[in-house]
Design a binder for this molecule. Structure first.
Ligand code: GLU
Length: 424
């Protein structure tokens, strides 16, 4: 049976409608003309594939996947591939648009793309995942390439997934093509520092935000929704700087410990048991309760639309650092602006991953690899510069950081479109 998620009517806008609403707020402030607004508000390419995979049982199942290019004016499309039961074309389009702004706000020479397959990876074997990945890579091979579109990991994909994609495309072409994906294992052209890069960016932007607000990290309470790659590394690095991580969650449960959680022990527990739930010395809470815990720094690092007009009035934090893409709805943004809660937006807060992906791609092309310190120093300089530019724009335009980040990003892409001109 083809797994396709039916878009159900809900109070929340679709994810792409939400991304469009955010873009429109910036386009209004920039006074973009209608033509440019149409160009930047739509996705350049939307590619959907339905493909069969042989399951371990011997049955054949048809899966649906997508690869979308939102805008490639500033460089090749760049963005992750997600495996999740709720993947839809609408979601992939929004994620691709956010990638365009993420690359522009950090000023790296890429456009925005994204991919996804509607599947439940948690119920699939490694063999099934490998066959799904290799077939999906083949299906989207007309789009991907070192100079055209470079995928990376996202929700439920990792270095192994990237290695299968790189191998599949390399087999087709007859030569090894390391620059076709980033987030690869080190042994095949990955970069030092990529695994923790998104979490490091979360830590660096949290640090800049705290500095601006005069908030000390010493004992600052951190709550993390989602203890995957981004949530774990963000929490671990914040803890290293003196913060106290008091709560964490994943798809199977949420936990709280007033005295603080040891982030490394918590990861070991999750790796062994499959969840943060049941971590010794912690109390079990609901995900809704987790988001409303009093804290100084809240890191939503799970999925979109977690913080809405419903729960935003009950959120009790000083800074929200968006490890996830699109966790906060526009309605919630307005509430936080009124309540003086600083939201470091996704396209800035979680850009560390794609910035180090860019470093990986540069190293692959040059066949010249950097030391870890070089990667981390360059990342820090990109993240702090980007944060400063966004903060300055928010002060100049008297707006929240999300709109400010979009102002910086959209203006860069709009300038590139204008100077290149419309072909023919
Ligand atoms: N999936 C990550 C993101 O949403 C990383 C993308 C990349 O490195 O290309 O930013």
């Amino acid at each position: 049976m083809i797994q396709q998620k039916v878009q159900v009517a809900s109070e929340e806008p679709t994810v792409f409608a939400m991304a469009t609403q955010q873009f429109n707020a910036a386009a209004d402030k920039l006074g973009l003309n209608d033509g440019l607004r149409d160009v930047l508000g739509s996705c350049k390419r939307e590619f959907t594939v339905n493909f069969p995979v042989k399951l371990d049982s011997g049955d054949i199942q048809v899966f649906t996947g997508h690869r979308v290019h939102h805008n490639v004016t500033r460089g090749p499309a760049k963005g992750g591939i997600r495996y999740h039961p709720n993947v839809t074309l609408d979601e992939v389009k929004a994620l691709a648009m956010w990638m365009t702004w993420k690359c522009a706000v950090t000023n790296i020479p890429f456009g925005g793309g994204k991919g996804g397959v509607t599947c439940n990876p948690k119920s699939m074997s490694q063999g099934e995942l490998e066959r799904l990945t290799r077939r999906y890579a083949t299906e989207i091979s007309p789009l991907i390439g070192t100079v055209s579109d470079i995928p990376a990991p996202d929700v439920n994909t990792n270095g192994q997934t990237m290695a299968w994609i790189m191998d599949t495309i390399s087999m087709h072409r007859g030569y090894t093509e390391p620059g076709i994906v980033t987030g690869k294992p080190i042994s095949i052209g990955g970069t030092l520092g990529r695994t923790e890069a998104t979490g490091r960016g979360v830590m660096l932007t949290a640090q800049e935000a705290a500095k601006h607000l005069g908030l000390s990290f010493e004992g600052a309470r951190v709550v993390v929704q989602g203890y995957g790659n981004v949530g774990y590394w963000g929490a671990y690095l914040l803890q290293q700087l003196g913060c106290k991580v008091i709560a964490a969650s994943d798809t199977r449960g949420a936990i709280y410990a007033e005295q603080g959680l040891d982030t490394e022990e918590l990861l070991a527990h999750k790796t062994d048991s499959g969840s943060v739930a049941g971590f010794p010395g912690s109390d079990s809470i609901t995900d809704a309760e987790l988001l409303e815990l009093p804290c100084e720094i809240l890191v939503p690092a799970a999925l979109e639309q977690q913080i809405t007009g419903e729960n935003a009035p009950k959120i009790n934090t000083k800074i929200i650092v968006e490890g996830a893409n699109g966790p906060t709805t526009p309605e919630a943004d307005a509430i936080f602006y009124d309540r003086d809660i600083m939201v470091v937006p996704d396209i800035l807060a979680n850009a560390g991953g794609v910035v180090v992906s860019y470093f990986e791609w540069v190293q692959d092309i040059q066949r010249l690899f950097w030391e870890k310190d070089d990667v981390n120093e360059r990342l820090e300089s990109v993240m702090t510069r980007s944060f400063d530019q966004v903060l300055a724009a928010s002060q100049e335009h008297k707006t929240d950081l999300r709109t400010a980040a979009l102002l910086v990003a959209v203006e860069r892409v709009a300038d590139a479109v204008k100077i290149r001109g419309i072909y023919p």
